[in-house]
Design a protein around this ligand. Structure first.
Ligand SMILES: Cc1cc2nc3c(=O)[nH]c(=O)nc-3n(C[C@H](O)[C@H](O)[C@H](O)COP(=O)(O)O)c2cc1C
Length: 161
């Protein structure tokens, strides 16, 4: 199968980045970190409050990335921390900027105890006519067998290179 894979993620404190890097190690793909034009505050509590407001208002913060050749990719991994049970706003910005119909979307997330929340439903809403595969979800502080868990999931989805 002629697959071209993109791995896109946002990470505020590095946990989701860690998963994205493991995925990148085990699939042939392009890794892109979504960077908001205006970084979130350094303080956890300030970020929590800002995110709460943004999510409530459906605000999509401008991002620095521009992916010119997204049409070339047929499989797109989309990674986000669980923020207020949903995707982080920079990921909402990314998903709303491209027509992802016909693509295979592979969600992954890290969380602080709340699991996937509404992440899959919310990604699905942005990706009309895309095929959404099983979401990988893990507690952000988890380190035991992290790599194995990611590999098992990729194997199950038949995405291991
Ligand atoms: C703004 C904000 C909101 C959060 N909301 C939730 C939540 O609703 N449920 C949850 O389980 N964890 C929540 N967390 C914790 C993060 O999901 C968790 O720490 C995650 O692993 C962080 O990923 P990152 O290092 O890639 O940013 C929140 C963290 C932040 C900063």
């Amino acid at each position: 199968m002629n697959q071209k894979i993109l791995i896109v993620y946002y990470s505020w404190s590095g946990k989701t980045r860690k998963i994205a890097e493991i995925i990148h190690k085990y699939v042939d793909g392009t890794l892109i970190e979504i960077i908001p034009e205006k970084p979130y505050p350094k303080s956890y509590n300030d970020t929590v409050q800002q995110a709460k407001k943004e999510i409530r208002e459906g605000y999509k913060p401008p991002i620095k990335n521009k992916i010119e050749n997204i049409d070339e990719y047929n499989i797109i991994f989309v990674g986000t921390p669980n923020w207020w049970s949903t995707i982080a706003p920079p990921i909402a910005t990314f998903l709303s900027q491209y027509d992802l119909s016909g693509k295979i979307i592979v969600p992954f997330c890290t969380h602080g105890g709340g699991g996937k929340g509404r992440i899959v439903e919310d990604i699905t809403r942005f990706c009309k006519n895309a095929k959404i595969l099983e979401c990988f979800s893990i507690y952000g502080g988890e380190s035991r067998d992290l790599e194995n868990k990611v590999v098992e999931w990729l194997k199950k989805l038949e995405l291991l290179k």
